[in-house]
Write a protein that binds this ligand. Structure first.
Ligand code: ZN
Length: 684
């Protein structure tokens, strides 16, 4: 599970953080005020960079480990492209051939539009918007596209045997330019066949019903340690027969997986300790066999490794892109511990049982014994697959419910990423436009970063890890609503406790103003500002956005009589104000109890109603207003990060050091990746 950056933009400049040691430290170790966090902006996107503070304080072995794991993180890049849509690799290679070899005018407006389109495709790992999942249209014509291809070097084009440029044009034009074709990556419209209406590449020739039956048949309700059925495969129907094409060495995506394994083997040799060695070895085994039992075994070992300084995620993990929530996209994050900031999360995780026992949830749905909740703050070194370039700011893994219950989970807050987000947003005018008062802006400046980091800690470390399913409940019962409801649950857990005196007792912040700041930011975002990310006339699709509106709108409606949350107009602009923080907290608790019940009992209908009634539809008048106000600020609602490069310094054929470099040319990085990490055939 993951937490993504909300559209809450605060500035660090005037920060007086209570818990600011780590930030000061970062400031000192970076000591580089000139670092350019924001690289460029196009479409609705901005490209940023993050720094890797303390990298130079790692031992040579740890640096090497980061380097090998970073290569493994990039080696699987093609996989996510193909998973997102089966023609993505073909399209990417065509676009890259044009960027590299087009002989026409590269200064024309059309070519500039072509570059914007190409960069958007790179950003989204395909032709569907990374967040809304809608196919985005080029701003140039199909005729121009044909001209680009014809005037590029044919030897660089991804032409299959005996194929001509004209045939390639004919194949690609409808895919790019017909808005009705493959219009959505992941459909969540329950009225349609979810598989047929989704362009993501997890099924071929299979209906939703057939896929459900296929996996339901495998499940045994008495199995307390079920594998994650279908997680690492494509389900295909051929000649009337259904079968899985498994992602593994020698299988589907084999060529990329074999490269990942090569780098993991290098990492294995210099792992920090036995436990980590074992983890890497188990992951290699899983990649070789594709056996999901091996995947579980790896996760159980990995989750208990708290000691290693360098750590990583690498695998088929999150199921947000599969409309049925079974199949996982490939991703990787390489990181190492931020020791100073981790003290904060250790305080939280060591009180995990207290939080579980005191939550407003029905006792039957609580974990009697919270196991191994480990939380740390990490410094991200490299992003790969689904996490590049749009990274989460927090991760909690593994995802399998029974492993979480029996063995616990590892939760991380990615602080150098949040830090870079905040730095890149300095002085952008967002809060000034949407906040309800000058006081609110001041509070956001003063407490915003701490509040949002603590929310992430609570969401990841406690929220996702809390609660349990009733015996016999099917973990997939909530189907297409499960992701949104799971994020709702974790957010509510965080919000509920944010305002608890326990936070003061644990000295996590100096006073409840921090919690109030988070409440304001959350509600303003959920009711209003996150709408800037959505095109007019569209519904909310993305799980995290659904969950945020669900919570904010539900509380707004429930508290209407008492005016707990107030919407009002000033100079024709809508603002949101919280009038009673304590009552709002009570509402968070009430909704948390209900969402936990829905999950624990697998109450699909109640879950569906909550999401559909509060999380999906948008007030069109407010939407238009918010979009217009936002447009004046000339900001991009989505951001992603370039990766740093790790460059080995060699002497006599041996690595004697690894240097970290921060490239600042996004196109160059993308073209390099396209050449260096392209291992899969065009169609898989
Ligand atoms: Zn989450």
């Amino acid at each position: 599970m993951k937490l993504y950056k909300q559209l809450i933009l605060t500035t660090m400049s005037a920060l007086l953080l209570f818990c600011c040691k780590s930030n000061n430290q970062k400031e000192n170790t970076l000591n580089n005020d000139d670092f350019n966090y924001k690289i460029e902006q196009f479409g609705d996107l901005k490209i940023m960079r993050f720094q890797v503070p303390e990298f130079d304080s790692l031992t040579l072995k740890q640096k090497e480990l980061v380097y090998y794991l970073s290569e493994a993180a990039k080696a699987g890049r093609d996989i996510i492209w193909d998973q997102n849509f089966k023609y993505n690799l073909l399209i990417r290679k065509t676009l890259e051939a044009i960027v590299e070899s087009y002989k026409g005018d590269k200064n024309s407006d059309d070519f500039k539009k072509f570059m914007v389109y190409t960069k958007r495709v790179w950003f989204s790992n395909g032709i569907h918007h990374h967040y809304s999942s809608e196919k985005f249209s080029p701003d140039f014509t199909a005729t121009y596209f044909a001209d680009l291809i014809k005037n590029s070097d044919a030897t660089k084009l991804p032409l299959s045997h005996a194929e001509t440029a004209d045939q390639l044009i004919k194949k690609l034009s409808p895919i790019l330019f017909d808005p009705t074709l493959y219009s959505k990556k992941v459909s969540s419209e329950a009225s349609q066949d979810l598989i047929k209406s989704s362009a993501s590449n997890f099924y071929e020739g299979v209906t939703e019903k057939e896929a459900e039956d296929f996996y339901n048949k495998m499940k045994n309700p008495n199995d307390h340690e079920p594998i994650s059925y279908g997680l690492n495969s494509k389900l295909v129907k051929e000649n009337g027969k259904l079968y899985e094409k498994t992602y593994k060495a020698g299988g589907m995506y084999g060529k990329a997986i074999e490269q990942i394994v090569l780098w993991l083997k290098q990492a294995f040799k210099i792992a920090e300790n036995e436990k980590q060695k074992q983890s890497i070895n188990m992951l290699i085994s899983y990649y070789l066999t594709g056996n999901l039992k091996d995947w579980d075994a790896y996760n159980i070992n990995w989750v208990s490794d708290m000691e290693s300084h360098v750590d990583f995620v690498n695998g088929f993990i999150e199921v947000y892109e599969d409309p049925l929530g079974l199949k996982a996209t490939w991703e990787s994050v390489v990181n190492f511990k931020d020791i100073e900031a981790t003290k904060r999360t250790q305080i939280i995780s060591s009180s995990a049982q207290w939080f579980e026992d005191n939550s407003p949830v029905d006792a039957r749905f609580k974990k009697k014994e919270v196991k191994g909740v480990s939380a740390k703050v990490i410094t991200v070194a490299q992003l790969g697959g689904e996490c590049y370039p749009t990274t989460p700011i927090g991760i909690n893994l593994p995802n399998a419910d029974w492993i979480r219950k029996e063995h616990g989970s590892k939760s991380v807050t990615m602080e150098n990423i949040t830090y870079a987000y905040d730095k890149a947003a300095i002085g952008n005018g967002f809060m000034e436009e949407f906040a309800n008062s000058a006081e609110e802006i001041e509070m956001a400046k003063k407490y915003g970063t701490l509040a949002s980091n603590l929310h992430t800690d609570l969401h990841e470390c406690l929220g996702h890890g809390s609660g349990q399913l009733l015996a016999g409940t099917n973990p997939d019962a909530l189907k297409n609503y499960s992701s949104a409801l799971e994020e709702t649950r974790a957010d509510l857990f965080a919000l509920y406790y944010m305002m608890d005196k326990k936070m003061l007792e644990l000295k996590l912040f100096p006073d409840l103003e921090v919690a109030k700041t988070e409440y304001m930011n959350y509600i303003r975002n959920g009711l209003m500002t996150q709408l800037v990310r959505i095109d007019l006339g569209k519904n909310i699709e993305q799980a995290h956005m659904r969950n945020r509106q669900l919570i904010a709108l539900w509380c707004y409606e429930q508290g209407k009589k008492e005016n707990i949350i107030e919407k009002y107009k000033k100079d024709n602009k809508t603002y949101v104000r919280i009038n009673d923080y304590n009552k709002l907290r009570t509402l968070f608790g009430k909704l948390l109890a209900e969402v936990q019940r829905i999950k624990s009992e697998g109450d699909y209908n109640a879950g569906k109603l909550l999401v559909e009634n509060y999380g999906v539809k948008i007030d069109p008048i407010l939407h238009k207003e918010v979009k217009e106000r936002y447009a004046k600020l000339n900001l991009a609602p989505y951001g992603g990060f370039m990766n740093p490069d790790f460059v080995p310094v060699m002497k006599d054929g041996k690595i004697i050091d690894i240097k970290v470099e921060y490239p600042d040319d996004y196109t160059k990085q993308m073209m390099e990746y396209g050449k260096k990490y392209s291992f899969l055939p065009l169609m898989n």
